[in-house]
Structure formats: structure tokens, C-alpha cells
Design a protein. Structure first.
Length: 489
């Protein structure tokens, strides 16, 4: 019997986890608990900011509170730049993922134990930094489990996305219950416990991940370490000074994050496209990624309003009385994850069954933007209604449409980014995709100031139509985009 016949398949080639590599289960687990804590905390964050002191909140004006939440959400994805750079130049994706989880635990503990604005500031900064490092690198590590032509790839990312949404479903429900019965800090405390469980689980499984997950693809020369430390200290000092002199304020955080994200995205594209470490094919694929980036921004600027405008809408417009019980505001944020849990397997099966016959990535992105815009237009029949008049079933239906749009873009975007990424910028290309989410999320916070509960029609109509137009534009440009993507579909 030949050696090839007796050799056992490598761990990355087996199908022990629902037809996927077994190593996927460890990343699935830590991401599930991270999303439990992230969405559990975010489910009660906005109302904590704008509820009055007698309700246990901080009494911040709604528009400012929405801007803070949008800026925080954008900063999570913006900080993927730092996490990606640390992975690509210093430590490798797996190590950055692990230590980012530690930082997230510390952030949730700060929110739970430190009262007032100080606790919010310290907690959100730590959670944003840690989540940014974990998100980009968890996605990158998943990508190392598959060969570029592995047909299981999109299905594997869909299962990874299922883990995200299991946590996202349970988090807002449980933290909302604790918030409404015991107080906000108990809800924040539960988020801390959830992330701690994720860290423990991952600690036991991280050694089984492939060596490629620990590889540093573009090591930083030792001679430049001192310069990096100087730049880091200077950046922290600059931010501190800008806060102290009032340049960075609570009411302009979203604008600052939008500006910073635009600059970062332009710089990233410029650095990658001008690098001598990529060849002509890789450069063309990066250009092909650009229209996907723009469409992703349009999608997320609407989708992320679940945590800004839709939270306010749920608090003031939604009839939350179910079987005689008024459910917490945060429970609305668990509706979308339910649909993700149900539909992610369906979408994974569809893509697997269709194989090479499935729609190309630009088509999926274009349809996603059109469907997302249509979801906003579905608010119009209920616009300008009275307090607590929108039926819960209506929001369930609208969020179902949100989910269909999300599954056409988010897991597909994660997958295609790892396929389009140049070898020398693997994790940093993933960070670019997260930058599109950062920009869209920050925009969702900035848009809160234009939401008028007394005249909602222009808000939902204009934003919905813009997203539809963006999607149609990408569908019309599918052929040239695919040509740039050089055989990546």
C-alpha cells in the first residue's frame, strides 16, 4: 500500500464540524460569545445613554446618544486596522485574536463596575479596541482553514456567521431582562460574564488551529520597533489633548469617526495598490474590490440603524406588549439573529448546491443593497403614527427583509475579501472590508439627527431610494467588475 493511501487527512481537510474543518468550531465558539457580549451590551447602551437618571440612565439628548453609539460602532470596525496591522506585521492573526478577547473582557467589566460617563468612556474604548482586533483576525483565521478553490468556503463562512448570530440572539434578550428588572449595570455585568466564557473556551482550543493562523506574513523589521512605539504614544497623547481642549466631543464623535474612516480607507487602498509586493493580478483584484466596498458602505449605513434609529423607534413607536407583558426595548435586536440562525443554513445549502452556477459576488452585493433599501421603504405605511402603534409583527417582517439583504452581503463579503486579498496584505484586506462597515456604522449614528419622529416619511423614503439606486448601479456594472476580479466570482 502506498504512502498516499495510508496517509491520514490533515485536520484542516476533515469534515467533522457539519462538513467543515474541525478547527472552525473553536473560532465559532469565541465569536459566538464575543457577539453575545457585544450585542447584549449594545442592546441596552443607547437607552442607558438617553434615559433619565430616575430611569437609571445618563440623561444624554437622543441625537447625541445616537451619535455616540454610531461612533462607537464605527470605532469597533475602524480598530480592525490596528488589529490587522499587528497580525500582519508583528504577532500573527491567532495571537492577536486571543489578546483582543482579554481586552474585551476588561472593557465589559469597566462598563459593569464603573458608574457614569467615566465607565462608558473606559468601557467603550476597551471594547472597541478588543472587538476590532478580534473581528478582523477571527475572519482571517477562518480563511486559513480553506484552500482558495475549496467549494466549502462560502458555506463555512455562513456557519461561522451562524455562531455570530447565536450570540447576537441571546445577548440582547438576557441583558435586556436584567436591565429591566435589576438595572443597567447588571446587564453590562452579564455581557462581561459571557465574554469571559468565550475566552476560556477559546483558550482550550486555540492550539489545534493550523500553523498558518500564527504566521506573520509581512514581518516588521526589528529596527522599526522603536518608531512604532513612538508613533503609538504620540497618537494616544494627541487624542487625549484633543479631548481635553474640546475638539473631540460627544456631539461630534460620529463626524470624527466618519472622517477618520474615509482617510484610513483611502490610505489603505493607496498603500496596497502601490505596493511592490503585489503583482498585476492582485492589483486588479483590489480595484475590483472598490465597487464592492462602496456598496457595502451604503448597505451598512442603513442596516446598522437597528442600534440607533430603530432602537428609538422601538422605544417610542413599537407596541411591545406581548401576551400582556411589555418586553424590553432590546428584545427587538434579537429578531434579526433568529432569522439569521434559520436562514444561514438555507443560504449555505443553496450556495453549496449551486456551486459554480451561483450568482457572482457583485450580483449578490447589488441585490443586497436593493433589498436593504426596500426594507426602509417598508416603514412608510407605519410612518408618523402615534406612540406604541406599530405592530410587533410589522417590525418582524421588516427585519426579515433586513436579514435576507444581510446574508447576500455580509458572509459573502467576508469570503470574497479573503479570495481577493494579495498574499502580503491578507488580514489587512479583511480590515478594509470592516472599514466599509465602520464607515456605514458611523454614518448610521450621524443620520440620527435627521430622524424626526413627527415626520418620518422623508427619512425612510430618501434613504431607502438611495440604497436601491446604489444596488442597481452595481448590477449594471457586473461585467467590468468581474473582469477586474480576475476569475474570482
Amino acid at each position: 500500500m502506498s504512502t498516499s493511501q495510508t496517509a491520514r487527512p490533515s485536520r484542516d481537510e476533515n469534515t467533522r464540524f457539519f462538513g467543515q474543518p474541525w478547527s472552525l468550531v473553536h473560532i465559532f465558539g469565541v465569536e459566538m460569545w464575543e457577539r453575545f457580549s457585544f450585542y447584549g451590551m449594545q442592546g441596552i447602551l443607547l437607552i442607558y445613554l438617553y434615559y433619565s437618571a430616575t430611569q437609571g440612565g445618563l440623561g444624554i439628548p437622543e441625537a447625541v446618544a445616537g451619535g455616540i453609539v454610531g461612533a462607537y460602532g464605527g470605532s469597533v470596525y475602524l480598530s480592525t486596522i490596528l488589529g490587522a496591522w499587528l497580525a500582519d506585521r508583528l504577532f500573527g492573526s491567532e495571537r492577536v485574536l486571543f489578546f483582543s478577547a482579554v481586552v474585551i473582557v476588561a472593557g465589559h467589566i469597566a462598563l459593569a463596575l464603573i458608574p457614569g460617563v467615566l465607565g462608558v468612556g473606559v468601557g467603550l474604548v476597551l471594547v472597541a479596541l478588543g472587538s476590532g482586533g478580534l473581528k478582523a483576525n477571527a475572519t482571517s483565521v477562518v480563511g486559513t482553514l480553506y484552500k482558495p478553490d475549496d467549494p466549502r468556503r462560502d458555506a463555512g463562512f455562513s456557519l461561522f456567521y451562524l455562531g455570530i448570530n447565536l450570540g447576537a440572539f441571546l445577548g440582547p434578550i438576557l441583558t435586556g431582562i436584567l436591565q429591566s428588572t435589576l438595572g443597567f449595570h447588571w446587564g453590562f455585568g452579564l455581557a462581561a460574564v459571557g465574554m469571559a466564557l468565550g475566552l476560556v473556551q477559546y483558550s482550550f482550543g486555540r492550539r489545534s488551529l493550523p500553523e498558518a493562523a500564527r504566521k506573520v506574513p509581512n514581518p516588521l523589521p526589528a529596527s522599526r520597533y522603536r518608531l512604532v512605539v513612538i508613533i503609538a504614544v504620540a497618537a494616544i497623547a494627541l487624542i487625549a489633548v484633543l479631548v481635553l481642549v474640546g475638539v473631540i466631543r460627544a456631539d461630534n464623535l460620529a463626524t470624527i469617526v466618519i472622517g477618520g474612516t474615509v482617510v484610513a480607507a483611502i490610505a489603505y487602498f493607496a498603500v496596497i495598490l502601490s505596493s511592490r509586493r503585489i503583482d498585476a493580478t492582485e492589483r486588479s483584484r483590489v480595484w475590483g474590490f472598490l465597487p464592492l466596498f462602496v456598496t457595502s458602505v451604503a448597505f451598512w449605513s442603513l442596516y446598522q440603524q437597528q442600534f440607533t434609529v430603530l432602537t428609538i423607534y422601538s422605544d417610542k413607536r413599537l407596541d411591545r406588549n406581548l401576551f400582556g407583558i411589555e418586553v424590553p426595548v432590546s428584545i427587538v435586536q434579537s429578531i434579526n439573529p433568529v432569522f439569521i440562525i434559520i436562514l444561514s443554513g438555507v443560504f449555505a445549502a443553496i450556495w453549496t448546491r449551486l456551486g459554480a452556477r451561483q450568482p457572482s459576488t457583485p450580483v449578490k452585493f447589488g441585490l443586497s443593497a436593493i433589498i436593504m433599501g426596500s426594507a426602509f421603504l417598508l416603514f412608510l405605511p407605519f410612518a408618523n403614527g402615534g406612540a406604541n402603534t406599530t405592530p410587533m409583527l410589522a417590525i418582524v417582517g421588516i427585519l426579515f427583509v433586513f436579514t435576507v439583504a444581510e446574508l447576500l452581503l455580509s458572509p459573502v463579503g467576508l469570503s470574497v475579501t479573503t479570495k481577493l486579498a494579495p498574499a502580503a496584505f491578507h488580514t489587512q484586506m479583511v480590515a478594509l472590508f470592516f472599514l466599509s462597515i465602520a464607515l456605514g456604522t458611523a454614518i448610521s449614528g450621524e443620520l440620527v439627527q435627521f430622524y424626526d419622529p413627527e415626520n418620518e416619511v422623508p427619512y425612510f423614503a430618501i434613504l431607502g431610494c438611495i440604497a436601491v439606486v446604489v444596488g442597481i448601479g452595481l448590477l449594471l456594472a457586473v461585467k467590468p467588475v468581474l473582469k477586474l476580479m480576475r476569475e474570482v466570482r
